[in-house]
Design a protein around this ligand. Structure first.
Ligand SMILES: [Cu+2]
Length: 335
């Protein structure tokens, strides 16, 4: 996979909502710094300068009422404008917004994302992320994966965020602000990245013991690559021909794996764990806990509880070494 970007709100990706937020932060910090310096200067002046008959009233009305009212009004307008720009991912920068937000209603200028915008459902679970692409509007069952999102470069993608257990928070610091995932509610977030890259995200609301091991990856890639990827994710798999992989396939059904996992195209239709139809294509296993390769795959299957104690997948101790290797190889081949 391509180089990983620093997961930091201070390293916002160009064209992302995080960039607007970091510029907003910059403007507010600089503004606060300037006001602080002016206030300290006035305090020093009041302490050390000779008393003069300067208009006390003008200072009180001007500095105490007019100035704060005006500044707060402009800042409120500005933050609201940035807020709606983040919600719609209007192109432009937060600094531009600052220049033209003097009393203008920002809502009017910002078109909602077009009806053709790609939509992805992300469902927080203890402690992983279910990801469902809507290839056909309203259908969330064809491309299902976990702990990984792909975006076409430069295009906004609409995420619908919810949870089936406790509150989680979806946060990819260099792409967008945090959005909580709340039981019974669906929150919306638009993601966009103008450059290809790999971004790391993290659950940002404490959700139980393995909250820290609840990460995800977002990959932005050129449109064509993205489409190829998405079409692959939507495909189901067939029984392997190769004898070794077939042994792995059979090991999967010998264990309790199908109770919890779906592999589209096979009799495995379990729902409580991640969809494994294309697990071999993923960057990580168990929500960013392990990099994905045949060794970590086998290790995870045999010792999921050693690696991520308390997670909902039991250790599997029924396999011989050969079976375990075959099972890991078969899952790895599901790309
Ligand atoms: Cu969480």
């Amino acid at each position: 996979m391509s180089e990983m970007r620093l997961p930091s709100a201070l390293h916002a990706a160009p064209g992302s909502g995080a960039e607007l937020l970091s510029e907003l932060g910059l403007v507010l910090y600089c503004g606060a710094g300037i006001i602080f310096i002016v206030v300290v200067a006035l305090a020093l002046h009041a302490t050390f300068a000779k008393p003069s008959p300067a208009g006390t009233r003008a200072w009180i009305v001007g500095g105490g009422i007019v100035f704060p009212l005006l500044t707060l009004f402009l800042l409120l307008n500005y933050t609201l404008a940035v807020g709606s720009a983040v919600a719609a991912l209007e192109s432009g920068t937060a600094l531009q917004l600052l220049l033209d937000c003097f009393g203008i209603d920002a809502q009017k200028r910002i078109p909602p994302p077009s009806p053709g915008t790609m939509r992805v459902h992300v469902i927080g679970k203890q402690w992983w992320w279910e990801v469902r692409y809507e290839i056909v509007r309203g259908d969330t069952s064809t491309a299902v994966l976990a702990n990984e999102l792909h975006l076409p470069v430069g295009e906004p993608v609409e995420l619908l965020l919810t949870t089936t257990d406790v509150i989680h928070s979806f946060w990819v610091p260099s792409l967008a602000g945090k959005v909580d995932m709340i039981p019974g509610r669906t929150n919306r977030l638009i993601l966009r990245a103008n450059t290809p890259g790999l971004y790391r995200g993290q659950c940002a609301e404490y959700c139980g013991g393995q909250h820290a091991l609840m990460a995800l990856y977002v990959k932005s890639q050129p449109r064509r690559e993205f489409e190829t990827w998405l079409q692959r994710q939507a495909r189901s798999v067939t029984r392997p021909d190769d004898a070794f992989l077939l042994a792995g396939y059979e090991a999967f059904f010998k264990g309790t794996c199908p109770d919890c996992h779906t592999v589209r195209g096979t009799p495995a239709t379990g729902k409580s764990g991640p969809d494994l139809t294309h697990v071999g294509s993923r960057y990580s296993l168990a929500a960013g806990t392990l990099r994905n390769h045949v060794g970590t795959m086998a290790g995870w299957i045999a010792g999921a509880q050693d690696i991520k104690p308390g997670n909902a997948m039991p250790d599997s101790e029924i396999y011989t070494g050969r079976e375990l290797r075959a099972l890991a190889a078969w899952l790895g081949s599901l790309e």
